[in-house]
Design a protein around this ligand. Structure first.
Ligand code: AKB
Length: 318
């Protein structure tokens, strides 16, 4: 039986990943790690053990690993791209110094580690259409620089010390549970909130800008199935391209209007978000993930939109 620590359990992904891991492995086997000021509440607090766990504090992580006999860490602590650009030192401290702490503890205790990478690990010079698994990675954001470093450092700990490190490059993630906050792809979540509230949506990303996106249930499924994958079948370990859908603002707007015909959208482009979005791929080629560990997404834009609108509407009525 696995004993799992989720670092960043109250964040955008952690707040849904932790309950899903508890459902699969049992509540008592999954520790929700949080930082002061972002304590768990409700199901996250009640569904299993929780512990203060600042990724920049190696001693704290080591104590939790020992206390709960942890064998697996999901290291979800990170700043998203726009926030990182405004707080580069903090982004590095959390993303890379924090990762170093996690990997060192993993080396000592031979733990399995998942640390997300992102479409942000690519840059202008990357082929934008059907971006290959192994290609040019010269990002121009600190977020991207830290994600490439995450992939390389995780690979290095695997090759040098045999640590079982694994990761995927997440697209923009869309969910009705915890709002993202500070990413370039956040508009693709915000647009659903505006539609359900009956408000006009002001889009910060220019018309025609394609980016990979994914519904949160598929993202959770990707992380967990990669961690469960047979190591003998893995050629890559870190930075797997995964893809589900790719769209521009006008495409998701048109899809939402099929269900909310009065919904309106205008553009007020944010230059930083537009520049970051422009440097990222339009569509990833995820054939290595499909071949090596059987990755397949369950949601496309149409099925995600039906589910998002239904779930958000019922949450907002409560
Ligand atoms: C962001 O926009 O920063 C993230 C990402 C794609 O990594 N959602």
């Amino acid at each position: 039986m696995k004993n799992i620590l989720v670092i960043g359990s109250t964040g955008q992904i952690g707040s849904e990943l932790t309950p899903e891991l508890r459902r699969l492995y049992g509540g008592e086997h999954v520790v929700a790690g949080y930082i002061r000021g972002a304590e768990p509440h409700g199901e996250l607090l009640e569904g299993g053990p929780s512990a203060e766990c600042d990724v920049t504090n190696g001693q704290q992580i080591a104590e939790i690993v020992q206390k709960y006999h942890i064998d697996t860490i999901y290291n979800m602590a990170a700043l998203l791209s726009v926030v990182a650009e405004n707080k580069p030192e903090l982004a590095w401290k959390i993303g890379i110094d924090g990762l170093w702490n996690v990997l060192e503890i993993a080396r000592e205790h031979q733990l399995q580690v998942f640390t997300p990478s992102s479409i942000g690990s690519f840059g202008e010079s990357t082929p934008h259409w059907m971006t290959p698994q192994d290609t040019i990675q010269r990002p121009t954001t600190i977020y991207g620089v830290s994600k490439v470093t995450t992939e390389l450092l995780s690979d290095w700990f695997h090759v040098r010390y045999g640590v079982d490190t694994r990761s995927v490059r997440f697209p923009g993630l869309i969910s009705y549970v915890t709002p993202p906050g500070g990413g370039t792809t956040d508009y693709a979540v915000d647009i659903y909130y505006s539609a359900v509230r009956g408000e006009k949506f002001v889009c910060p990303i220019p018309e025609g800008t394609l980016m990979d996106m994914m519904y949160m249930p598929d993202a959770l499924h990707a992380a967990i199935s990669l961690m469960e994958a047979d190591p003998a079948k893995l050629i890559h370990h870190n930075g797997f391209n995964i893809a589900a859908m790719s769209f521009a603002p006008e495409t998701v707007y048109a899809e939402i209007r099929k269900h909310c015909p009065d919904f309106q959208m205008t553009y007020e482009v944010d230059p930083l978000k537009a520049a970051i979005a422009h440097s990222w791929p339009d569509r990833l080629d995820d054939s290595c993930a499909r071949a090596e560990w059987g990755w397949t997404p369950r949601y496309d834009l149409a099925s995600m939109t039906v589910d998002m609108l239904e779930k958000l509407s019922s949450r907002m009525k409560k």
